[in-house]
Design a binder for this molecule. Sequence first.
Ligand SMILES: Nc1nc2c(ncn2[C@@H]2O[C@H](COP(=O)(O)OP(=O)(O)OP(=O)(O)O)[C@@H](O)[C@H]2O)c(=O)[nH]1
Ligand SMILES: [Mg+2]
Length: 223
Amino acid sequence: MEINIQKNVLEANETEADRNRKYFNENNVFVLNMMSSPGSGKTETLCKTLTKLAPKIRVGVLVGDICTTNDADRLAVTGAKVLQINTDQFGGDCHLAAHVVEKYALELGCEDLDLLIVENIGNLVCPAEFDIGEDAKAVMLSVTEGEDKPLKYPVIFQVADIAILNKIDLLPYLDFDAGLAVENMKKVHPQIPVFEIAAKTEEGLEPWIQWLKEKVAQKIGRK
Ligand SMILES: Nc1nc2c(ncn2[C@@H]2O[C@H](COP(=O)(O)OP(=O)(O)OP(=O)(O)O)[C@@H](O)[C@H]2O)c(=O)[nH]1
Ligand SMILES: [Mg+2]
């Protein structure tokens, strides 16, 4: 019974994600779904990244949290068009479902965007299961979380197109083994590209920004 309900929810979500995909493709906007556990540094990374993309690349951000507009306030200063999604009005969902992304993407308007980033709710489990019609998924892990997380939460690393290992500025103060963390990511997803960065100090940001720029260029060139 419970399995059937979950199957129905995911099937309905897939139909709604297809509708989003069509809308994003019609508007020629590259959509990235950013996922991680709470506090890995998604917003910090976006704040540092988006200021380097504007104004050449027109960026929008939908940022999901259960409560507060803290992240939208932080992201607004980058010049991106930002909308906060609070899931406490949808029962405190721990992920963004496709129909929620649809509602806010339409409100934000994608007609004048090249890149839409969806910062998902901080969670390593549920966001992995919900297609939102995005072009690519990124998963972030920070060095304070433990090297074993890709092995404990393999699905999110399997469905992701890229991984970001954040907060490498803290490595001198921790016994976190970055090599082992990357090895564990590759154990569950052998071909996954991994960007090692410190959003705070901006170390290592360039290759990840380059990846984003290439993806946006590919999508825009596809019209
Ligand atoms: N030292 C260090 N701290 C960082 C780095 N990136 C983020 N932080 C800090 O980590 C904390 C959490 O960062 P956020 O960007 O809010 O993390 P988040 O993933 O967006 O969190 P949620 O939206 O709550 O899921 C903040 O205090 C950041 O300043 C980094 O590269 N190095
Ligand atoms: Mg955030």
